[in-house]
Design a protein around this ligand. Structure first.
Ligand SMILES: Nc1ncnc2c1ncn2[C@@H]1O[C@H](COP(=O)(O)OP(=O)(O)OP(=O)(O)O)[C@@H](O)[C@H]1O
Length: 410
């Protein structure tokens, strides 16, 4: 006999799926535990229709049951009926020496399904929180409210509005140039879409170790380097990561790493100006941003969005680097502005930010990063361009420095 009563939930269309994913991301980004978005605590996230599974690393005094219930209420209007939470809390004094679990997040100790016990049948009133419910979403923290890292003097983010403009190549060379000027430098590769620092620094085979629940950065040419790539295995491609999971992993790399005393931590940001970039910009105490662009019109428009995002989040823009500005033919020595000219200068003028430098489009620059020995290390003919950019950064960074908070404990 046919059973017409028991209908299977309809499969989502790609558009419904994208909308629901985006709604989940927004709720997680806006929900705060203490003063920090829960998005920065997500280490795993999977959604299968109405069922959401979250792996969370929560702070010590948090209340997982309450969080689960509140998230359930917020996500119910977006079609989420069940939330499974695998929660990991910091080890207590007894277990403090334990290292981070090598097992996958699914083996975290606490698994609950609050929606199964707390969910009410869907009624129109479920669509909106009632006025008696406490407000759950709080305003995002501002840069001014973030404590500086106790061992890091300046954090510089290198960003681009658009992919493929040479942001990572510029980051690695600027970091090495700052080191050459006598600074202690660290590099955090936060580019989830294509982590390339380990390859560009020739340490792709070295994995970071864990010590007392903290990552130990890899040593690369005397710099402390950590890459989001180290957290990925072959089944977990970065491209599949969405907002909260990505920001959670990045915050973990920043907070749970035994960074040595540094003058500069240079962060290679993912390209673009979306949620991940915004969340990072709001959670990490950044001294200033460097924007990399190429001279062509489309890249410039995206670079403008980048400048505006940093202005909105009150992060000073230290300046713009124009990459691939001019090309000199190695056969005939003819110089040509392949991607147009004057773009970096235009942005610098329009937004009143310095033009830190212009780099040529040169196969030598590419060849050196491909070999894992960037131009500054190789001390080739392009090294001086990066040294000049690093000097320009040094010249104007002091006025943006944040006071160091040496009482902060991680
Ligand atoms: N000035 C340059 N001259 C020649 N090649 C360059 C130059 N800058 C970068 N490249 C090359 O362009 C390619 C893209 O560079 P890179 O990976 O640094 O860009 P990106 O903006 O970080 O890219 P993504 O958005 O993928 O992270 C690389 O092959 C790099 O070697």
């Amino acid at each position: 006999m046919f059973n017409f009563m028991k209908k299977k939930p309809k499969a989502e269309t790609p558009q419904q799926r994208a909308e629901r994913d985006s709604a989940v991301d927004k709720v997680l980004l806006g929900y705060e535990v203490g003063t920090v978005s829960i998005a920065t605590m997500v280490t795993g996230l999977e959604r299968d229709g109405q069922v959401l599974t979250l792996d969370l690393r929560l702070p010590k005094d948090s209340n997982p049951e309450q969080i689960q219930q509140e998230l359930g209420q917020l996500l119910h209007p977006h079609g989420i009926r069940t939330i499974h939470m695998n929660v990991r809390l910091p080890a207590d004094a007894k277990g403090a020496g334990a290292s981070l679990p090598k097992a996958p997040p699914k083996s975290m100790p606490k698994t609950t399904d609050a929606m199964a016990t707390h969910a009410k049948p869907a009624t129109p009133t479920d669509q909106q929180p009632t006025s008696s419910e406490p407000p759950i979403t709080k305003a995002a923290p501002t840069q001014a409210s973030l404590a500086a890292h106790p061992r890091i003097r300046h954090i510089i983010v290198v960003a681009s509005g658009k992919g493929g403009v040479g942001k990572s190549t510029t980051t690695v060379n600027i970091a090495l140039a700052l080191q050459k000027l006598g600074n202690r430098v660290g590099v955090l590769d936060a580019d989830i879409y294509g982590p390339s620092m380990p390859t560009m620094l020739g340490v792709a085979d070295i994995k970071p170790e864990l010590e007392n629940e903290q990552f130990v950065p890899v040593e690369a040419h005397s710099m402390a380097m950590l890459s989001i790539g180290s957290l990925l295995d072959s089944d977990n491609t970065p491209v599949a990561w969405r907002g909260p999971k990505a920001t959670g992993a990045l915050m973990q790399l920043y907070n749970q790493t035994n960074w040595p005393q540094l003058d500069y931590l240079v962060i290679d940001m993912p390209p673009g100006t979306g949620d991940i970039q915004l969340t990072l910009a709001q959670r990490i105490p950044v001294t200033g941003a460097v924007i990399v662009t190429t001279p062509q019109h489309v890249a410039l428009m995206d670079a403008q969005k980048g400048v505006e995002m940093f202005h909105k989040t009150n992060i000073p823009v230290l300046g713009v680097v124009e990459n691939m500005a001019l090309h000199t033919c190695s056969n005939c020595n003819h110089t040509e502005a392949i991607f147009g000219s004057g773009g970096g200068e235009f942005i610098a003028e329009q937004y009143q930010v310095p033009l830190l430098g212009q780099l040529p489009l040169a196969s030598g620059i590419r060849a050196q990063v491909d070999k894992g020995v960037p131009s500054v290390l190789a001390d080739d003919e392009f090294a001086s361009y990066y040294l000049s950019i690093a000097k320009n950064i040094e010249a104007n960074i002091a006025k943006f420095a944040k006071p160091v908070d040496d009482k902060r404990i991680f």
